[in-house]
Design a protein around this ligand. Sequence first.
Ligand SMILES: [Zn+2]
Length: 477
Amino acid sequence: MRRLLRDVGFCKTIILFIVLLLPASSAQSQPHAESGIPKYVFFFLSDGGGMTHLEIARQYNLQVHNEGFVIVDKIMKQGSVGVMTTHAADSLSTDSAAAATALAGGCKANLGALGMCADGTPTISAMELARRHGMRLGLVTNAPVYDASPAAFVCHVPSRRDYAAIIDRYLELEPYVLMGGGKEQFLPKSQPGSRRIDETDMIAAFGKKGYRLADTKEELERPTSGKLLGLFAPRDMSFELDRDKDREPSVYDMTRATIRLLHDQNPRGFFAFIESENIDSAAHISDIASVIHDYREFDRAVGLAYDFYRKYPHDTLIIVTSDHETGGLGFTLALKDLTSTKVSNQVAATTADLKKLQLLDISLQKAAQILGPHPSAEAVDKLMREHFAGFVLAPEFKEAIIKRQPVSRTMFLDLTANTLGLMIANNTQAYWQTATHTNQPVLVAALGVGAEHFRGYYDNADFGKILKNLIEGKPTK
Ligand SMILES: [Zn+2]
């Protein structure tokens, strides 16, 4: 959804609220084990990651690699599990902006709003409270850094598409680490590759505030200290299946660098927000293989936080959750074809179907790019031969791709990719209900200081209130 919405245009934005970010004073409560205030907070967000996305990725790890899944086997089994409702104030199916506003600020918001409650009032976020307590902040995503989820954790603007205001807010707030994609909004308008609407050089502006810029994996991994601005792609960073692993860092790579930088000579603790937007983006294009591979990399990143927790168990809180579910994904019983509804024509999903997914070697975004906007029948056949060997493309799907026609009323965001996603479903029984968000409740996994407060069944705005109270050392109920 974000790729479509981002182009809608800029809305006039008024920054209604500026949080006073006073340096921590000795009178403020200090994070430490006895106070119940976590000193090191990890907030992992699998954007669009529903319960079945997690379960399919976990099963894939188990069946294909004979490996466990940190989120389930470590965080959930040793910590707490909650179930969270995600609806927005004005819609049963939320978006990342309204959802992240609830998670970070503790109030229901309308679609598209960042850090603004539905009644028009700005909310102070858990990260802003952490900053008041002198904690270092880290904002990490494989979306553009100004995308809705990280932005809602520190910004207060009515529209998620006011990128300039979001970046200005980052510059004002000075998070210790800010990294992801989105370099095009940091370059002055006249510079090649820029999509800014003015001539401001935001990379230079961050440089003046002492930030080092990293735009490659090699730069990221330099053993330096101090504030870091990481911009690794013009817009979105790559899906794991397509990523140039020598040049572009993954969520795991960015998390490793973030922990090193935030922890370095820091007696006051930190709050790290780490997101995999690619899980949501993959689900929007019905790309189950990318969901799996990007969830696996996200889980490896959570593993780094788990290792950190093992060193500092009395000071660390790890939270892993999602803002909403995307796609209505699930393995199911289906008809082999449309000739009959008899039992003999039904096929159940098995682990063989799951294992078949390891044959897929590119994302469906890449597949759609290879085909281009007007693919010929020969081009579609070639793509199937080279990247989908062992999969069968039904004639009606082939025709839909060539003619650019939707194959269902709920699969329309990327006609080529969504149709290929349904082709994979027909070959593996892993079906998608839609190409957009659903109102399925999501899981919350928590481990460490205060994790017990995230048990139960609650709303995302209540989650935000609990988190803020924990940071403040206040009762959570
Ligand atoms: Zn989305």
